[in-house]
Ligand binder design. Structure first.
Ligand SMILES: [Zn+2]
Length: 335
């Protein structure tokens, strides 16, 4: 995304301070010859327009209002000023795509973005107070880390297409950074599915580690025990050996309900795990296949209602409160 170029622009104090980085690259996407400021991030330069950036970001506006440092001879440079940023080139490019889009569309609806793109966008959007950037990236996360059970179930995937499960740690931290509490329950729930990564976190692109805060780690440790209790309770209630009042084959169905408890057929991990939204799923399917139609319908209803009831309780199980949690599904069930 960038071309290597000789640094021929007139020298400034900032340039002198970055001596030793003579070979820099101009960004292919954001280099306007008539641009009014050069943003230097890593080894990449972006030549863009101060006025547009200042319009989006009060932080940039303040930065650009500062007087340019005088040159060695005491005169003020009339060349394009250079602003050195500590951010990564990829993050700055994501920021510019929102501030200076080359199409009118939301960049996060074109393709599924990577976790790094989303995290960088939210962190820089928050740092430079660019609401559109934060809103676009959080909007994408909210599609997957949803408050609504029906929407979550319809996704049929655990994480966004280009995310890994461990990125839930980063999503929790982004939720905390932006006070976006609605994405917390599912992100914390996914953290509870991690093993060693729950404590150790994961390596970011720059080599540093992304970890949960001590408070969120404590929430997850406590929640893992709660989730296992929920899983066991859900499995026992769904597969309780109580037949439908319309059962057509009572002896056969009673045998089917009791069969899963038979020694050797019950896998403890199937029942006792930290994933109550899916726990005992294969066991329920196995029992269903042996039931009459009436008992089968009854078991399916139990299965759905138990998962929905758990979803309603999810924030409480995790030890947090979330306004508006599962309002859509709750309203649908009341109709
Ligand atoms: Zn039956």
């Amino acid at each position: 995304m960038a071309n290597v170029r000789a640094n021929k622009r007139s020298r400034t104090q900032s340039d002198d301070e970055s001596e030793g980085c003579a070979i820099r690259r101009t960004d292919e996407e954001f280099w306007y010859e008539d641009g009014t400021v050069i943003l230097a991030a890593g080894d990449v330069d972006f030549r863009v327009f101060k006025g547009i950036l200042a319009e989006h970001s009060p932080v940039f506006k303040d930065m650009f209002s500062l007087p340019q440092p005088p040159l060695a001879n005491g005169q003020v440079s009339s060349s394009c000023p250079v602003v050195h940023l500590s951010d990564s080139p990829d993050d700055i490019r994501a920021l510019l795509r929102v501030c200076m889009p080359k199409t009118n569309s939301n960049p996060f609806t074109q393709d599924d973005p990577s976790y790094e793109t989303i995290a960088g966008s939210i962190r820089l959007g928050h740092k430079y107070e660019i609401c559109e950037l934060v809103d676009h990236a959080l909007g994408y996360l909210k599609r997957y880390y949803t408050v609504d059970y029906s929407q979550w179930k319809a996704l049929r995937i655990v994480v966004p297409p280009r995310f890994q499960l461990m990125h839930a740690i980063g999503v929790v931290n982004l939720a905390r950074l932006t006070d976006c509490e609605t994405i917390l329950p599912t992100a914390l729930y996914q953290c509870c599915q991690l093993d060693g990564e729950l404590v150790k976190g994961f390596a970011r692109a720059d080599g540093t580690r992304e970890c949960l805060s001590a408070d969120d780690l404590a929430l997850c440790v406590a929640a893992r025990a709660n989730l296992m209790q929920e899983s066991v309770g859900i499995a026992l209630r769904i597969c309780a050996p109580v037949l439908s009042l319309s059962c057509t084959h009572p002896a056969h169905c009673a045998l089917a309900f009791n069969s899963y408890l038979h020694t050797g057929r019950l896998d403890p991990l199937e029942v006792c795990n930290t994933h109550p939204l899916w726990s005992a799923a294969s066991m329920v399917n196995g029992v269903c296949q042996m039931l009459c139609d009436s008992c089968w319908h009854m078991l399916c209803e139990r299965n759905t209602s138990e998962r929905v009831r758990f979803w309603d309780r999810l924030p409480a199980v995790l030890g947090i409160e979330v306004q508006g949690w599962n309002a859509g599904t709750a309203a649908a069930l009341q109709q």
